[in-house]
Design a protein around this ligand. Structure first.
Ligand SMILES: O=C(COP(=O)(O)O)NO
Length: 249
C-alpha cells in the first residue's frame, strides 16, 4: 500500500500563548514513531502560527486552518495563501465542515480555495463529510462524492493533497464513526478517485478520518485498510494526541 500514515491536529479556535507553549512542550518531549512511519501536522489558530512554527520539533509540521481564495488585498479579516508561504507554513486545512456550515462555504468556493492554495505551493488537507440528516436519508456517498468532485476538478498536484473524511455528526459529539462506517466511506472515496481521477491517485492519496477520534478508539480505526490516518480536533489539545500518533502502523 505504501501510504505514509498522517495524523493532523486541528486545534480550531482554542488556546492562549501559555496553553500553546504547553502543548508544544508535550509534543516536543513525546516518543513517537519516526517521520518515515507517520507524518504529523498540527494546526493552531493563525495568531499562534509563528510561535508554533518556531518552537515545534522539526519532525512535526504546521498547518493553517484556512486561507483566502485568491491573492491578498482588500479582504478585511482574511489571511492569504501568500502570507502562509511567507511564514513558511507548508499546510492548510480547507473545506472544514465548520466553515462549510457556519460560514456557508460552498463546494465550488472550497474547490477554488484548494486550487489557489496548491498554486501557491501549499499542501492541502481537504475536508469532506455529510451531516446526520444526509446520512440518515442515505445520501452520504452522494454528498461526499459531490464535495470530492468539486475539489478533484481543481487539483493540480495530488501529491500535495490529503483528503479528510469528517462526518459532521461525529465532530465534537463523542459519537465516533464505527470502523466499518469509516472504512466503507474511505473505500468508496478511493474507488471514486480510481474511477474519476486515476488508479495511481487512488492508490497514493491519503484518506484520513476525523470525528471524535481519541486515544482509545484510534487503534481499531487505524487497522482499517483505507483509513490512512486522522484529523483530530478536541483530543489534539491533550496529551492523548501522542497516543493517537503512536497508533500509526
Ligand atoms: O473537526 C475535527 C474533529 O474534531 P473532534 O476530534 O473534536 O471531533 N477535525 O478537523
Amino acid at each position: 500500500m505504501g501510504r505514509k500514515f498522517f495524523v493532523g491536529g486541528n486545534w480550531k479556535c482554542n488556546g492562549t500563548t501559555e496553553e500553546v507553549k504547553k502543548i508544544v512542550s508535550t509534543l516536543n518531549e513525546a516518543e513517537v514513531p519516526s517521520g518515515d512511519v507517520v507524518e504529523v501536522v498540527v494546526s493552531p489558530p493563525f495568531v499562534f502560527l509563528p510561535l508554533v512554527k518556531s518552537t515545534l520539533r522539526p519532525d512535526f509540521h504546521v498547518s493553517a486552518q484556512n486561507c483566502w481564495v485568491k491573492k491578498g488585498g482588500a479582504y478585511t479579516g482574511e489571511i492569504s495563501a501568500e502570507m502562509l508561504v511567507n511564514l513558511s507554513i507548508p499546510w492548510v486545512i480547507l473545506g472544514h465542515s465548520e466553515r462549510r456550515l457556519i460560514l456557508s462555504e460552498a463546494n465550488e468556493f472550497v474547490a477554488d480555495k484548494v486550487a489557489y492554495a496548491l498554486a501557491q505551493g501549499l499542501k492541502v488537507i481537504a475536508c469532506v463529510g455529510e451531516t446526520l440528516e444526509q446520512r440518515e436519508s442515505g445520501s452520504t456517498m452522494e454528498v461526499v462524492a459531490a464535495q470530492t468532485k468539486a475539489i478533484a476538478e481543481k487539483v493540480s498536484k495530488w501529491s500535495d493533497v490529503v483528503l479528510a473524511y469528517e462526518p459532521v455528526w461525529a465532530i465534537g459529539t463523542g459519537k465516533v464513526a464505527t470502523p466499518a462506517q469509516a472504512q466503507e466511506v474511505h473505500f468508496e472515496l478511493r474507488k471514486w478517485l480510481k474511477e474519476n481521477v486515476s488508479a495511481e491517485v487512488a492508490e497514493t492519496t491519503r484518506i484520513i478520518y476525523g470525528g471524535s477520534v481519541n486515544g482509545a478508539n484510534c487503534k481499531i480505526l487505524a487497522t482499517q485498510p483505507d483509513v490512512d490516518g486522522f484529523l483530530v480536533g478536541g483530543a489534539s489539545l491533550k496529551a492523548e494526541f501522542v497516543d493517537i500518533i503512536k497508533s500509526a502502523t
